[in-house]
Design a protein around this ligand. Structure first.
Ligand code: HAM
Length: 438
């Protein structure tokens, strides 16, 4: 027997049974983003590798250790490890930054990072994220953070903490780098090989290293907040004032540096302790230098991304509600071939009217069909046999109560079904509505 092929490590299948959970997050995310003026952008799954070297940064873990780079006919591409670089590349390439600013775009996409898989950490994962380009005001930072908070609330999530920090601009970073170099040089021998090279090139990256020894050494390293220039300090103070004004609770955590090189000034993370070690459900910040670095005019920008798998894990662990998967409104059970023809045409009519209709495509007997209809949770069942076709009338069975209703199998059928559907299918919605009216 041939060996079964399984999915690659660190990937997941999203099966039809669970798709309702994804739809819940995606739909609420879309609605929330749109209510803040964001529109969806769709970008390629792979980009020229150079894009990520120039944005995410050559000394980051993502670029050094985690990229999926493929060579296809002499050209090298990389599967996107995140959505910001591609979105900004697309904004530039499509002239979006010459349009009214700020430009706002959101995305729902898969990302690829060759990390060690564990709960909440995958090699292919999905992000809902967004980018806003054109504003240098801290009001934009507050707006983007408030959107993320709004979405987490709308999803019903609790127990999620917002941590914010400022990692300054190239001006203040220069002094800070000096302080870091002098701190880490004292224990250079103990650093991992990657961090030894980071010491010269980009010492801030050591703060983000996942090796236990490096992260232990980093615990007492100088913090950037002590090195901010006046402009960055003012920006951070204004952000804090705006967040308070929006009643958004936050903690200033000077340890947050984020794992990507493009950030300047504000960085933030929403973190939960409910899903184990990988508790960062959302990360983002400002990146005022990136657009210029990618060949555009100097344009400040910022954004965030949420890991959809981590959001779902948190929602599941907190018992949040998901919208239901759509179930079958009517199952038509034909008893012979002639009845099958009628079943097909009735289903066609019902579907054109927006109903979820099914009929037998397995050549099953009536008993097995009823069992199937039960299993898929069909709300109504219509049995069609010789007698029904002859009399052009049949019984429609309401599965929840077993009640039977007479229906005609001619041009009256659709209207009769619509009446019954309104009366019996939306019971839950009707009773909820009656409650509200009371
Ligand atoms: P990031 O922090 O690298 O930022 O990723 C954002 C979120 O994606 C994380 O907070 C986490 O929820 C999720 N995530 C990251 N890696 C994995 C993984 N291996 N498995 C599962 N989930 C993961 C960015 O990607 C930036 N582009 C965010 C941003 C947008 N900054 C500004 N604009």
């Amino acid at each position: 027997m041939a060996l079964k092929i399984t999915r690659p490590q660190g990937t997941e299948d999203i099966t039809p049974k669970n798709i309702n959970k994804w739809y819940t997050v995606e739909e609420i995310a879309r609605e929330t983003a749109e209510s803040f003026g964001f529109k969806e952008i769709r970008i390629p799954t792979f980009e020229n590798t150079e894009l990520f070297l120039r944005s995410v940064g050559e000394t980051t873990d993502v670029v050094q250790k985690e990229m999926y780079t493929v060579k296809a006919k002499e050209t090298e591409f990389t599967l996107r490890p995140e959505g910001t670089a591609g979105t900004i590349r697309a904004m530039l390439q499509n002239g979006m930054l010459n349009d009214a600013l700020p430009q706002r775009a959101f995305y729902i996409l898969s990302c690829f990072r060759h990390e060690r898989p564990q709960a909440g950490r995958l090699r292919e994962f999905h992000q809902f994220g967004l980018e806003m380009a054109g504003s240098k005001s801290p009001a934009a930072d507050a707006e983007v953070i408030s959107l993320a908070k709004n979405l987490l609330d709308r999803l019903g999530l609790k127990n999620i903490e917002l941590n914010i920090n400022s990692i300054g601009c190239p001006k203040c970073r220069c002094e800070y780098h000096k302080a870091l170099r002098s701190y880490f040089s004292a224990r250079e021998d103990e650093l991992c090989d990657t961090c030894k090279t980071r010491l010269e090139k980009n010492p801030m990256r050591i703060l983000d290293c996942k090796s236990p020894i490096c992260s232990d050494i980093a615990k007492d390293a100088p913090v950037i907040l002590d090195y901010l220039c006046d402009e960055c300090k003012e920006h951070f103070e204004a952000l804090k004032k705006y967040l308070k004004n929006l009643s958004i609770d936050f903690t200033v955590n000077p340890k947050i540096v984020r794992g990507l090189d493009y950030y300047t000034k504000t960085v933030f993370e929403f973190v939960t302790t409910d899903i184990g070690a990988q508790g960062t459900v959302c990360g983002g910040g400002r990146y005022d230098g990136l657009i210029e670095q990618l060949g555009g005019a100097a344009t400040p920008a910022l954004g965030f991304a949420m890991g959809i798998e981590r959001i779902l894990l948190t929602m599941e662990s907190q018992g949040c509600e998901f919208m239901e998967n759509r179930t079958c409104d009517i199952y038509i059970a034909p008893m012979d071939e002639l009845a099958s023809l009628k079943a097909m045409s009735l289903a066609q009519q019902l579907r054109a009217d927006g109903y979820h209709a099914e009929y037998d495509v397995m050549d099953r007997g009536i008993k097995a069909q009823m069992k199937y209809a039960n299993k898929i949770g069909a709300k109504f069942v219509l049995v069609l046999g010789e007698n029904e076709l002859e009399s052009k009338a049949a019984k429609l069975k309401l599965m929840s109560t077993g009640e039977q209703f007479d229906v005609h199998l001619d041009e009256r059928f659709l209207e009769e079904f619509q009446d019954l559907a309104v009366r019996y299918m939306f019971d839950d919605i009707l009773s909820e509505f009656e409650e509200v009216v009371k």
